[in-house]
Every structure is written in structure tokens, then in C-alpha cells.
Design a protein around this ligand. Sequence first.
Ligand SMILES: [Cu+2]
Length: 473
Amino acid sequence: MANRLSRRQILGMGAASLAGGVVWPQEGYPASQSGAGRYKPATAQPKAQGGRPYWQKTYSGGPLDVAPLPPGLSGEHYRPVVVPNGAALPFKVVDWVKVFHVIAEDVDHAFDSGLRAHCWGYNGRVNSTVIEAVEGDRIRIYVTNRLPVPTSTHWHGIYLPNGMDGVGGLTQPYIKAGETAKYEWTLRQYGTFMFHSHHDEMTQMGMGLIGMFIVHPRHPSPDYRVDRDFSLMVSEWSIKAGTARPNTVEMSDFNVLTINGKVFPSTAPLVCKTGDRVRLRLGNLGATDHHPMHIHGHHFRITATDGEDIHLSAQWPETTALVAVGQTRNLELITDAPGDWAFHCHMTHHVMNQMGHEFPNIGGMKPGDLNEKIRPLLPAYMTHGQTGMDMGKMAEVMPYPRNTISMKGATGPFGDYISMGGLFTIVKVRDRLTSYDEDPGWYQHPPGTVALKASDADLARDGINVNEPSTGG
Ligand SMILES: [Cu+2]
């Protein structure tokens, strides 16, 4: 029984905790140490018993009656995150309270220059409106519902009073069409979180009612400071070719995969300088798919989840991080290799644009003169994909319906097609930049560092006979 606390001890702890109230860590608190800057109860935590530590942290941010701190201000207390293809929501300060106004509404959204759809979004943007605040801030968020149906807004991963949790029908009444609800609490943690509709989620999140919620630490450790801090929300949609409204009934066959509501080539590049410390904050509020996000030419460390920072000794080096539905992951790296580096989901179907999947597998089929026979009837006909998906060629010759980006990628620096779409963007690392806000164009490779067609001289020097039978190793 030595390892167990007596009932009296437990009651005593509770009383001490209540009497002691709660304080914030003092200025200079080593936030990178255990607890990572979160505020702590004033009373001492119970020590490990019998050499066997037992769970002693708070898992919900501790007591609610913490006094707010002065509003943390951009430039003074934090460096704002970068939101490619999006923006942070403005706020005003009223009597030390940060006041935000979230508006759920119809948005005519462009996923790319070739595809628009009638979506729902927050404050005129789809998936790319970010709420940004600081640990210790008192925040008041008004949510105005301009949709034709009821909604509610959940603050995903955030410690708050139960009645502010935003689960329609469970913790609050619906926000009916035309109504405005008021949420208010004090932020008692920092990290990468999200917000989304929590009423008829399948429809409302599928229509676009999702966003990132970034909370900066009140006392950041030196480790927290990065040169580039990107907020990236990934999601998935079903929009059949030729239509202009997401099909939210779809359960598995998604064909438009987005970062901050955009597909490649409309995803804004992540512009960095050589040697920058870079944080990629990823969130996934898609319907059903988890996304293994992969970087080229570098590796990153997974430094935090939406639960908490991961201690340095436990950070996991990877080139691919799985971001499951409902998760956030902070990835950190040093961009020390100049170039245009792909950063994308590694599920091959998630880097395609608006592909339909309802056709037979004709890989390896010999179409003969089928194309020529059919073209008098259908001038742009091409047998679909017998040697793969040459998207550039298909985009040129295939007759697609209006408002469709089937197979669309982009022409790259060598004049060839980059056969990617969807969950794909480019980390552009440069030795010199005039501005982080401008696309620096394609990378200019130093001479001799591009894989080009081998010359006859190369082949002769190295004794490569391109016609010799392959040995199979
Ligand atoms: Cu994916």
C-alpha cells in the first residue's frame, strides 16, 4: 500500500490546491523544461511514490479560475504565423479582452484557376482563416451564423469551460441561422489547435467550416523561435467533374485534396532562406483520410502534437509525418539545402486533381489504332491511361467539362509537366531573397547539378552500352 495515497492525503491535496489558487509561471520560466511553459498550480505537485512515478500532470489545463494576462500583441509578444493562401483573423482589444468575430457564411471558393465551388467558410475564406492568440489571453469570440442552417463552433484541442466547447446540442444550444453566439474563456496553454463546426459535421466540415487556431506561448523558450512559422490545414473534397458543389455524402472517394483550401499548382510556395529554422504546423480536418506528409531533400523533427510539446529527447526524426484526421503536428527543420523541394502527401491518389476512379484498369493494354478510329467522331479522344496518366498530354487533348481541373498540374522549369496536383506544394529555399512574400521563381541550379540526358561521351567513358541485355542484377 506504500505506493498509494491514502484517502486523507488525497483530500488534503485537494484542499491545498483549492486554497492555493493558481499562478502563471514567472517571467523567465524555463519553458523548454517539463511542462513546457504551461501554467502550474501554486501548490506542490505530489512526488513520485516508491520510485514509481504516477501521472501527476493536469490533462485539462488545471483549474479554470486563472487570472488573465495582458493581451499578447503581434510583434511585441509573438511573431505571427504565415498562412499561405489565407490570413489570420483580426481582433480588437476591449478591456484587456481580445475580441474576435467569426462569420460562418457562403463562399464562392476557387480551389484553382480552373475550379470554383459553392462552399461554406469562415470570414470569406475556406479552410484558411486562422485564429491566433497568446497563452494567458482572455478571448471573446462572437460566431455569427449566416448559413441557412444551425451551426456551432468547437475549439479543437483547447482547454476551456465545458460550456464553451461548442458541441451543438451537448454543451450549448445550436447557433440558429441569423444568430450570433458568444464564447469566452482564458487560454491556459499554447500549441497548434483547430476550430470547426460541431453540428452536422459531415455536411458542415465537408463544406469547408474548418480552421487553424494557433496559441503562442507567453514565455517562449529560445527553442520556440523560428524564422518561418507556417500554418497548413489539409482537407479533402468530393467535387465531381463539371459540378460546382462539394458532395458531402461521399465517404471515401475524394478527388480534390487541399492545403489551406488550394490544390497545386495554386498552393503558394513556402519561401525560406538557406539556414532558416522552419516550423510547419499541420492540421487535418478532412473527412476520412490520414495524410503522410513528406519532405524532399531534408528531414524534420516532429516537435509537438495538439496535446503538448514533445521533449527534445523524444522528438522523432522523419521525412514523412502522418497527420491523421483530427490531429495537428508541428514539424521543424532547418532549410539548409537551396532548391525547389517538394512537400506533399505521399498517398499517390492525394496528389491528383479531380480524378475520377470509376474506370477499368487498362494499364498495358494496346489500343492499336483505336484513337484514330474514334477521333472522327470525338475529335479530342484519347484512350485513357494505357501507359499511365500523362496529365499534361491529357489536359491538352481531352474534352473536360467546364469548371474542371482533371489531371491538371503545372509546367515546370524544364518545359515538362509537373504531374502533380492536390496535396502538393514547394518549399523554395534560396541563399538570398528580396522578400519572403514574393515567389522567387524556379531554382537556378549550379552547373552540373541537374540530372540531364547522358551524353555519348559520358556513356563511352563509363562503358555503358544502352543496348546490352539487362542482367537483372
Ligand atoms: Cu493524403
